[in-house]
Ligand binder design. Sequence first.
Ligand code: ADP
Ligand code: ZN
Length: 347
Amino acid sequence: MKKKTFRFSSSAVDIYLGASLSKLGTIVDKKKTILVTDENIFKAHKPKFRNWNVITLKPGEEYKIQPTADAIIEQLIAMEADRQSILVGIGGGVITDITGYVASIFMRGIAFGFVPTSLLAMVDASIGGKNGIDVGEYKNMVGVIRQPSFLFYDYSLLKTLPQKEWSNGFAEIIKHACILDRSLFTLLEAQDLGKVIKNKKLLSTIIERNLQIKSGVVKKDEFEKGDRKLLNFGHTLGHALETQYELTHGQAVSLGMVFASWLSAQLNGFKDAARVEEVLANYGLPTRADFDVDKVFKILKMDKKRVSKTMNYVLLEKLGKGKIQSLPVEEIPTYLQRYLSFINPKK
Ligand code: ADP
Ligand code: ZN
């Protein structure tokens, strides 16, 4: 187990790489710790939860809501948790988001740490200190920015990750490559989903590189004033699609990145839109889908990145170099319509 420390403006996060969940007791006191996980992870790794205090939630984004947070808080009170208690979220992005949120509000804030168990949580969701819940159709509408005390990486937990969850993680990995790391992009281009899943060494290299990219961005811009906005590549349209259609986060973001690449070609002469599309497809992600522009725009214009009449849209200058461009909100439906006729000329 390797230990690294990332310093953010307000706090330091200890990062344990190549760790094993069975050793969690060496970094936190069992008596003070309450683990928060979901039923799938609990069932898949039951022996590792023995002799710990555990709160088990129903799996899925639909439970990342205030009533679940209230239920956790009630259980914490029943367990007689106090200001010295530590919450440890063991799970995917849903679990890390809600655990960090509850820990930030319970008794005005207690310590927390994460053991990410999905690829998405390992490369993205658990890093950066954004914790929150969804409100109705609006994702992450309520929450706080607060760093965990530690991140604990046990790659062997990925053995039980369902097949369809892998692509979700790769959507964010490809995003990082597109906006910030051209050589990661070419590395991914030379591989595909099946090959990377089988290659443990390569997988841990990719995870650690993405951890580095994401923490680097967050460290420079913890409170999202500049660079951190780049991480929204594919997410403006992605979030809107995700709430309106039956899509996973990764699938929705993949479609969003393809649109943003097309728009980058239109507005900035970006030349590699086809390569972005091909890499996404090689990691099991959808690249083209029809959608209802009015329905999607209604959600899209509520995006937190909107500044009155303009919206900060993340586009690509070239592979590995994203840029934030201010677009008039009212022009977006026209671009979406033109894009749809581009991918489906018959309509
Ligand atoms: P995210 O995609 O943001 O990580 P979730 O927290 O909803 O979102 O995790 C995705 C799904 O994968 C959930 O159903 C969760 O229970 C399941 N899951 C996450 N990690 C593992 C794992 N290591 N083994 C088995 N199932 C897992
Ligand atoms: Zn995302």
